[in-house]
Design a protein around this ligand. Structure first.
Ligand SMILES: Cc1cc2nc3c(=O)[nH]c(=O)nc-3n(C[C@H](O)[C@H](O)[C@H](O)COP(=O)(O)OP(=O)(O)OC[C@H]3O[C@@H](n4cnc5c(N)ncnc54)[C@H](O)[C@@H]3O)c2cc1C
Length: 512
């Protein structure tokens, strides 16, 4: 069994059945599923950082926490027992336990940055080039199947718009993604640029110790305020229900509630907005003014709702510690920012919360039999496999629901696919458009009307494309996918094994 190999042997080995790229919540989750469901496969996780955690290790800004509840952001196989909205520290602790309890650590090689992935149809293998960050050594790994768990954004280069006059600013300017936890903001006037989930996280923290916080937003965001506790979980715990059952039941309840909310955001967005306002008023007071800074121009859930545990952002506003300005930046000045409408915003510290750059497949160059892969030339199969690229799956989670729900789903799917390949003796699998797909519209990755955050829209032309049929799109709908993906017929014509469509007779039989 793969997980009983001695550590030294695994660390020296360079050829594996499966290589997982990235030791974030996706990579660790998929390693677990692989060990459980394909115990005879050898595997290794290659991770460029010196530790696991991905997103939860990269971001160190004040208050860093999830904005999903951990009953659904946690894996289905490991109960979550803490408060629903969890700190990065608690998430890392949880992941650390998964690694330890399942002896995944002996399969991880940290400090290995993947620099190229090349598929060879002759050898039916991926050749993966990596730089060992400790000494710059160039290493080569090979595998039959490549499981891309490298996330969806550039961990090292956040999105910092090129604003006029930035070099004039004499205070401290930092992007949240590059925040140094030793930064002292006590007694400072802080300007937060942006109004998404990151801004919603840092504002209450800055408000606690800083003199005052100003949030400068281009446009308003929806906020969802709630206590950071789950009543059902608390009740089940109180009557002595075991944690695995609590995890399962609370997960189901949260998913049900989210489905209802998502649907209502489409069918009755105004009513939902009124309810969101009601929740805000609990913390900000009955007279809180929603115009102009808290009335978004899109309907709820077209972009992530920014979660406020215990209404913390609005508690800061009610305490007079937060000012909101809705405007654009004309220029930075020596002391802060001048807005387009001429307002001077003074700040000792500016925290830029303008998000990240999308990175398709970690911006790693790929080729198939010597031909460079342009991901935009491929069509995605349920957001996980891509036409023309064999033996590869990408874990791209959900935006509206917890990302990790898809980690479990794809874990089952990919393990099922690998086992199926073993059963039929195939070494190569790819997805290909079928005869019935001739003339199908080929469209951008996601409908703009479905989900349209700016980082995705900015670089949508780098993403794989989508077909107008359910198989050829990542619909971002867990409710549908939780039934559809497990029910996949691996012998359906969109699957091509060793160059032969699943529904065609084997080549030998044809020529006989
Ligand atoms: C600040 C922030 C908060 C978020 N909060 C939530 C939330 O509450 N709920 C939710 O559902 N989603 C959230 N998301 C989305 C979030 O990114 C995912 O939920 C999830 O953590 C992604 O996990 P991942 O393992 O797929 O990718 P990542 O966490 O991005 O991890 C990818 C790993 O791959 C490694 N890697 C990348 N490129 C290479 C390479 N070339 N070679 C080797 N290793 C490489 C990286 O170092 C990293 O460790 C948030 C995102 C951000 C940025």
């Amino acid at each position: 069994m793969a997980d009983t190999q001695p550590i030294a042997a695994v660390q020296e080995q360079t050829n594996f059945d499966v290589l997982i790229i990235g030791a974030g919540i996706s990579g660790i989750g998929e390693a677990y599923h692989l060990q459980q469901q394909c115990p005879n496969k050898s595997y290794c996780i290659l991770e460029m950082k010196d530790t696991f955690g991905g997103t939860w290790e990269t971001h160190k800004y004040p208050g860093i926490r999830s904005d999903s509840d951990l009953y659904t952001f946690g894996y289905r196989f490991k109960p979550w027992t803490g408060v629903p909205i969890a700190s990065a520290e608690a998430i890392l602790e949880y992941m650390g336990e998964v690694i330890e309890e399942n002896a995944i650590d002996q399969h991880i090689r940290y400090g290995h940055r993947i620099t190229r992935c090349s598929w060879s149809s002759d050898a039916n293998q991926w050749v993966v080039q990596a730089t060992r960050t400790a000494d710059g050594a160039e290493l080569t790994f090979t595998c039959n199947f490549l499981w891309m768990c490298q996330g969806y954004y550039d961990h090292e280069n956040p999105n910092i718009p090129n604003w006029a006059g930035m070099d004039r600013y004499q205070g401290q300017l930092v992007h949240a993604q590059l925040w140094d936890p030793d930064t002292d903001y006590s007694g400072k006037k802080v300007l937060v640029i942006g109004s998404g989930a990151t801004a919603a996280t840092v504002i209450p923290e800055f408000a606690k110790q800083g003199e005052h916080v100003t949030m400068l937003q281009r446009s308003p965001t929806y906020f969802f305020c709630s206590e950071n506790r789950n009543e059902l979980a608390d009740r089940l715990r109180k009557i002595g229900i075991d944690e695995p059952t609590i995890h399962r039941v609370v997960r189901a309840q949260i998913l049900y509630d989210q489905d209802v909310l998502t649907e209502r955001c489409k069918t009755e967005p105004d009513a939902v907005f009124e309810e969101l306002k009601g929740l805000i008023r609990r913390y900000a007071g009955e007279d809180f003014a929603f115009e102009p800074h808290f009335t978004p121009r899109y309907r709820p859930w077209q972009q992530r709702l920014a979660f406020c545990p215990d209404g913390d952002v609005f508690q800061a506003a009610a305490a007079g510690k937060l000012t909101v300005v809705t405007d654009t930046i004309d220029t930075f000045t020596e002391t802060g920012v001048r807005t387009t409408s001429g307002e001077e915003l003074e700040a000792d510290l500016i925290c830029v919360c303008t998000g990240f750059h999308l990175a398709v497949m970690g911006n790693i160059p790929f080729d198939v039999d010597g031909q460079a892969v342009d991901w935009h030339d491929t069509v995605n199969y349920r957001g996980m496999m891509f036409t023309g690229v064999p033996n590869l799956a990408w874990v791209f989670g959900y935006f509206r629901a917890s990302w990790t729900l898809r980690v479990d789903l794809l874990g089952d799917f990919v393990c099922g696919l690998l086992n199926h390949m073993d059963d039929i003796g195939a070494r190569r699998v790819e997805v290909a458009l079928r005869d019935e797909d001739a003339g199908m519209d080929i469209l951008p990755w996601i409908e703009e009307d479905n989900f349209n955050p700016s980082y995705l829209m900015r670089d949508i032309d780098k993403m794989p494309q989508r077909g107008a049929k359910p198989e050829w799109r990542h619909n971002q709908d867990y409710r549908v996918e939780k039934d559809e993906i497990p029910a996949t017929d691996l012998e359906a014509p969109e699957f091509v094994y060793d160059g032969i469509r699943a529904t065609e007779p084997p080549k030998q039989a044809k020529s006989a």
